[in-house]
Ligand binder design. Structure first.
Ligand SMILES: [Fe+2]
Ligand SMILES: [Fe+2]
Length: 260
């Protein structure tokens, strides 16, 4: 089973890139299932109903998210109604939405997805390591294939999660920093791992934001509204190949595609 996992989709440019290249990537790599992180899809911050629908119409099967999912009010209702969007599982229980699910590929093979948030330099949520084990117990009987979106800032926390879940899930995929790392590997227990798959959005930017605004904030420390950048775009992600019967990862390949 081949899974395409797309890094954080940022704003209009990210959506334009997907409409231009996603089909080609799916065909070229013979992708069976597509997951994308949508936390920055609406103007760089959050998600709304229309954009969620657009992304799901692009042949993305499941959307994961992270800390920015709450930026648009519509997300609260969306997470309750639209079962194809996840938020990190380690938010408090009463928060709308859910953090894990089991679904099927087009050919009927089961796939589980777990969304987690890190806690280092981020909100102090429940322990993502303990919550990961809880969620694996919840969905493990239903699906051998389990893909984890570890949405976190600190590389150490992500690397630790990879080792902690090695042999228990098919893949631990890092998101949130918007910068792709070159450490993709199959861990000894058969789990595919990468610290961050990067961003699908504007290339000439500071992690998606207009570079002039980001630089100005660093120079002055005066808060000013951020805007997403325009111009050329990029698709960042990984293709993970997983044995569907055992859930063991066979390969992981990074993808970086530019798009005018
Ligand atoms: Fe993000
Ligand atoms: Fe994030």
């Amino acid at each position: 089973m081949k899974i395409l996992f797309i890094g954080d989709i940022v704003g209009k440019v990210g959506r334009r890139v997907l409409s231009g290249v996603l089909h080609k990537v799916i065909d070229q790599y013979k992708v069976d299932f597509c997951i994308a992180n949508c936390e920055n899809a609406a103007g760089g911050f959050g998600i709304n109903v229309d954009i969620a629908r657009t992304l799901l119409d692009f042949d993305i099967n499941i959307l994961t998210s992270g800390n920015h999912i709450w930026n648009k009010k519509e997300a609260l209702e969306l997470l309750t109604k639209e079962k194809r969007i996840l938020r990190p599982a380690n938010y408090p229980e009463e928060v709308p939405g859910r953090g894990s699910m089991v679904t099927e590929t087009a050919s009927g093979d089961k796939i589980g997805i777990i969304n987690l948030s890190g806690r280092v330099f981020m909100d102090s949520l429940d322990c993502p390591f303990k919550v990961a084990v809880r969620e694996i117990e919840n969905i493990g009987a239903e699906s051998k294939v389990i893909v984890v979106d570890m949405h976190a800032e600190a590389t150490s926390e992500k690397v630790a999660m990879g080792w902690y879940l090695d042999g228990r899930v098919s893949a631990v995929i890092g998101t949130h920093t918007h910068v792709q790392t070159a450490d993709e590997k199959i861990l000894p227990g058969g789990t595919a791992y990468i610290t961050d798959i990067g961003m699908t959005g504007p290339s000439d930017s500071v992690i998606g934001i207009k570079k002039e605004l980001a630089i100005q904030r660093f120079l002055t420390r005066i808060p000013k509204k951020f805007e997403t950048a325009k111009g050329i775009g990029q698709l960042n992600g990984v293709i993970v190949e997983i044995a569907k019967d055992s859930g063991v990862a066979k390969g992981i390949e990074r993808i970086q595609i530019g798009y005018e």
